[in-house]
Design a protein around this ligand. Structure first.
Ligand code: ADP
Ligand code: ADP
Length: 223
């Protein structure tokens, strides 16, 4: 079944830039789809539209089969920069989305530790971001995104700033995570290698205006 569907979507910014035009994408439950394309082709804009952080100028973003009006609690978002709060320890950073949902630190504790163990950082709950490597900070970001048990994980070039070895390791861990959690992932990258290795489907985008020019199967098995 289709989880989220973008149909005939265009996005024109107030400065006149047309980021997307005639953009169509169906994200099916359980799949790992990569959006692959050069910088500036509109990949982040697609994620922001799915997340409801921006509105399309034309076309629709729909969630067939979802009873909710507000889809934010169904979405985990991982940004390129880990964006951790430096003054808060790892557990309190992971708490943030739960806190915004009204969960006290005490009520959130089990969820926080559960999320941290998914990324292998259960022993680092009391550590501060400055004590962690780049890869570990990214794992904390992923744990934070997973803390609300989202149906859909949106990832915007999450590993682009990491060295290759860390990146390959996190690629493997992400595949395992998706296999264990059966969540749906939309993954933005400009790496052909990464998209092929990780995804069951690759949507290739071209810029000006951003649209999908081809879809190909990735190496990872689909749902
Ligand atoms: P990508 O993620 O593929 O690098 P983006 O979605 O970030 O691409 O951007 C697509 C195009 O839209 C680019 O030309 C970018 O400069 C432009 N753009 C993105 N956000 C804004 C904005 N808030 N205002 C104006 N132009 C924007
Ligand atoms: P990552 O790929 O997560 O960045 P690194 O290999 O870069 O991991 O980690 C840097 C250092 O941090 C490692 O040498 C290791 O000592 C420590 N480290 C990373 N993850 C863990 C973990 N889950 N448990 C204990 N130590 C870890």
């Amino acid at each position: 079944p289709t989880l989220v569907s973008l149909h005939g979507v265009s996005k024109v910014f107030t400065n006149g830039v047309t980021a997307l035009s005639g953009f169509n994408l169906d994200v099916r439950a359980g799949e790992f789809v990569s959006l692959l394309g050069p910088s500036g082709c509109g990949k982040s804009t697609v994620l922001r539209l799915i997340a409801g952080l921006a509105e399309p100028t034309a076309g629709q973003v729909t969630w067939p089969g979802s009873p909710h009006e507000d889809h934010r609690s169904e979405i985990g978002f991982v940004f390129q920069e880990p964006t951790l709060m430096p003054w808060a320890n790892v557990a309190d950073n992971v708490w943030l989305p739960l806190r915004l949902r009204g969960l006290s630190r005490r009520d959130a504790q089990e969820r926080i530790l559960g999320s941290l163990s998914l990324v292998g950082l259960q022993d680092f709950a009391k550590a501060y971001p400055r004590e962690l490597s780049g890869g570990m900070k990214m794992r904390v970001s992923i744990a934070r995104a997973l803390s609300l048990k989202p149906r859909l994980l949106l990832m915007d070039e999450p590993f682009a700033a990491l060295d290759e070895i860390t990146r390959f390791k996190l690629n493997d861990d992400l595949l395992k995570l998706q296999n264990d959690l059966h969540c749906t992932i939309v993954f933005v990258t400009h790496s052909v290698y990464e998209s092929a290795y990780l995804s069951s489907r690759i949507a290739i985008m071209s810029p000006r205006p951003g649209r999908i020019i081809a879809e190909v199967a990735g190496e990872a098995p689909g749902p």
